[in-house]
Design a binder for this molecule. Structure first.
Ligand SMILES: Nc1ncnc2c1ncn2[C@@H]1O[C@H](COP(=O)(O)OP(=O)(O)OP(=O)(O)O)[C@@H](O)[C@H]1O
Ligand SMILES: [Mg+2]
Length: 212
């Protein structure tokens, strides 16, 4: 005797779904009633403290959404292309997709009153596509610059990754010269040397840059 699950007939219950209230569309305000959140783009080398600062910053707001590009990329279950120094086209495509998804999600949540952070290793002139996609929203670009030695030390002592972060050491060293603080400043980013700051002090410093 087989199991008679009969899913189709059970789901065709006239009240919607048996035992559950009828399905209603999610209502989003999106009508200007809700104050919009700002979208922060936070960059820095691996180990600089982006994710730690992002979360500490967002906790200061009643609603906060953290969009970590690596986490979005790793939602890919089949065919995930890891980044590599020679920039394989498939990895580039998947980064582009994750950025695009982050922009869409940031727009949706910011319009609903969430403060949003997009967190990734980003170059001074490498975010125009994000800024363009976030048009009509307030966008704040932040570069966390604790310096090479501190980034290496933070990377060596952290426990927040599922892999051995010693593998990132050469990457941090090789990226450092291509992330000069002067270029970020020249492009209008807020640049913070966080070497002697805790994450909370970094958030204080970021909030102190806001107008009003
Ligand atoms: N002032 C600080 N600001 C941020 N993080 C700090 C600070 N001091 C120490 N840390 C520690 O540095 C480590 C690295 O931080 P985090 O994981 O946030 O870096 P990240 O920039 O997000 O790196 P990745 O790009 O590899 O994800 C964490 O263990 C964090 O607790
Ligand atoms: Mg991180």
């Amino acid at each position: 005797m087989g199991h008679d699950l009969r899913p189709a007939r059970r789901r065709r219950d006239p009240a919607g779904r048996r035992g559950l209230p009828a399905r209603r569309p999610v209502r989003l305000s999106g009508d200007g009633d809700t104050a919009q959140g700002a979208v922060w783009i936070i960059s820095g080398s691996p180990g600089a403290g982006k994710s730690t600062v992002s979360r500490a910053l967002l906790r200061r707001f009643p609603f906060g959404l953290h969009l970590e590009i690596d986490a979005l990329r790793e939602q890919v279950v089949s065919g995930l292309a890891p980044p590599a120094p020679d920039h394989p086209p498939e990895a580039v495509r998947q980064f582009r997709l994750a950025h695009h998804a982050a922009v869409q999600q940031a727009r949706l949540y910011a319009r609903e009153g969430f403060e949003v952070v997009i967190d990734d290793v980003l170059w001074p002139r490498g975010v125009q596509h994000l800024v363009d996609g976030l048009h009509s929203l307030t966008v704040r670009r932040v570069f966390l610059a604790p310096g090479l030695d501190v980034a290496l030390h933070r990377n060596a002592t952290r426990t927040n990754k599922t892999y051995d972060t010693a593998t990132l050491d050469p990457l941090i060293r090789s990226l450092h010269p291509s992330m000069p603080v002067d270029e970020y400043r020249a492009e209008g980013w807020t640049v913070l040397d966080t070497a002697r700051l805790t994450a909370e002090q970094t958030v204080d410093a970021l909030l102190a840059t806001l107008p009003g």
